[in-house]
Design a protein around this ligand. Structure first.
Ligand SMILES: [Zn+2]
Ligand SMILES: [Zn+2]
Length: 483
């Protein structure tokens, strides 16, 4: 009788152990990655436009010395607590505005503080004095720092009538001491810089987390901290048609913990070929209902905020203003305008994803474009890029039927195909997930991506910025929030 066949013994690694062998939490030594990942924290935060952070970093970390500045900031509600929004950076010139201190090493000069405080009061913006310490992933105020806050801030708060305080930075950490209008005092939980990588600076690295088994394979890419980041984010999808429906599927499978779903339309028979998991019986249902059903199927623990309104409705606008990221998948000028406004006013990054299939009057098909555009606060703007038409915007703002008649009377439905949509959606979600886990190689790359399937090519398009634009810069609402 033959010997029974024996399965060769593999080197024994317990399944549980194998599952734990993920990326190390510290990214030190990884040549592709320059930032630690901190999942979003609860409490007060400060968002800085990437340009401001670049200018501030250059000032603070240029040499091995201590430097100072003041940030004037708007204020708004945020997904996990109030947010301060950096609007203006006032650099303190060394030796003139930042001088030898009576108590500490150096301090802002009384004249510089006075001028900045007057600006804060006039513009109704928070006053934040900034300086740097030496170190890497942790930072805190010294006893001398705290003593100076206690001497100066009660009076400064009274003079400005605004939130006042201080923020201390290293290149990879930040801590803040805020003196609030109601007399209370609060610590700053994090500083957020929403560039190509969404960088979060905290007083110290966030404690380790362990992610759910269902996310094991992706946590091997993002790390447990990266996976926890998705879970803590509040993300909006504006427009739940072919593109938006697929965005919701991807984001909820990725483990995004909170979705705001905005669309006032109902499912039509002609939509069925492009909506994820749609059935014949869904015709007539709200698109927000269909998207909610799909998101819950992907992640039963997800928090959903369906808003069956147009994006310009106050409820929708308010919800957008306290998100971490916005996806724009609605193709109206009103949607473009309001999302663009939210990006710059509230310093919330957004991605526009869409497909254009031009059809000539004689039926000829032009170049097909699947576009993914990144909207970076204070940097890339749909007005500057000529993507909002003010005539169409005026028509979009008209109420109900009047608007439809004015705009859509002569319009023929545009071609739309699920596979073309998927190209823009994949680029948009890939960009988002690498941004919030700080895995992009270049912090400053904000080019849009255009796929042209007919010629099988892909182009990167750099945005232009108009310095006089009243939508994205200091002439406009940049960082003003609700102030
Ligand atoms: Zn200090
Ligand atoms: Zn602009």
């Amino acid at each position: 009788m033959a010997e029974p066949t024996r399965t060769p013994t593999l080197p024994s690694i317990e399944p549980a152990q194998r599952l734990r062998q993920r990326r190390p939490e510290s990214r030190e030594g990884d040549p592709m990655v320059r930032h630690q990942v901190n999942p979003p924290a609860d409490g007060w935060s400060l968002a800085l436009p990437p340009r401001m952070w670049a200018e501030l970093s250059e000032h603070l970390f240029l040499d091995g010395d201590e430097h100072g500045a003041v940030i004037l900031a708007g204020i708004a509600d945020g997904p996990r607590g109030p947010r301060l929004l950096g609007r203006e950076l006032l650099i303190a010139t060394d030796g003139v505005d930042y001088v030898a201190g009576t108590f500490g090493y150096r301090a802002l000069s009384p004249e510089f503080v006075r001028d900045a405080a007057v600006r804060a009061a006039d513009e109704q913006l928070a006053y934040l004095a900034v300086h740097n310490h030496f170190g890497s992933t942790s930072v805190g105020f010294s006893p001398v720092d705290f003593a100076s806050h206690e001497r100066g801030y009660p009076a400064l708060r009274q003079i400005t009538g605004q939130v006042v305080g201080a923020v201390v930075f290293t290149p990879q950490a930040a801590a803040g001491d805020l003196w609030l209008r109601d007399g209370a005092r609060a610590e700053l939980a994090e500083v957020i810089v929403p560039g190509n990588n969404l960088i979060r600076l905290r007083p110290r690295l966030a404690p380790a987390t362990v992610s759910d088994l269902r996310y094991d394979r992706q946590a091997r890419l993002f790390g447990d901290q990266g996976q926890e980041t998705f879970n803590r984010l509040r993300v909006a999808v504006v427009g739940l048609g072919g593109v938006g429906s697929m965005l919701v599927e991807f984001l909820s499978r990725l483990g995004v913990g909170h979705l705001v779903l905005i669309d006032d339309e109902k499912v039509e028979e002609t939509n069925l070929s492009r909506l994820i998991a749609a059935e014949q019986t869904d015709v007539g249902k709200l698109k927000t209902d269909l998207a909610s059903r799909n998101a819950l199927r992907a992640n039963p623990e997800i928090t959903l905020e369906p808003i069956a309104e147009r994006v310009e409705h106050p409820t929708a606008r308010q919800a957008l203003a306290s998100c971490d990221w916005i996806f724009l998948a609605a193709d109206t000028d009103a949607a473009r305008h309001w999302v663009n406004e939210t990006v710059h006013r509230y310093l919330i990054p957004a991605t526009q994803a869409g497909v254009k299939v031009p059809v000539g009057a004689d039926g000829t098909i032009g170049q097909i474009h699947a576009a993914t555009r990144l909207l970076v606060p204070g940097k890339t703007c749909m007005w500057c890029d000529g993507l909002i038409n003010s005539t169409n915007l005026a028509i979009d703002m008209h109420p109900g039927e009047e608007r439809r008649l004015a705009r859509y009377l002569d319009e023929v439905p545009a071609p739309s195909v699920i596979a073309l949509n998927s190209v823009a959606v994949a680029e948009a979600v890939n960009h988002f997930m690498l941004a919030v886990t700080a895995l992009h190689e270049d912090d400053t790359d904000t080019a849009s991506i255009l796929h042209r399937p007919r010629s099988r090519d892909r182009a990167l398009v750099v945005s232009r910025q108009d310095p006089t634009c009243s939508a994205c810069g200091l002439n406009g609402p940049l960082g003003r929030g609700d102030s």
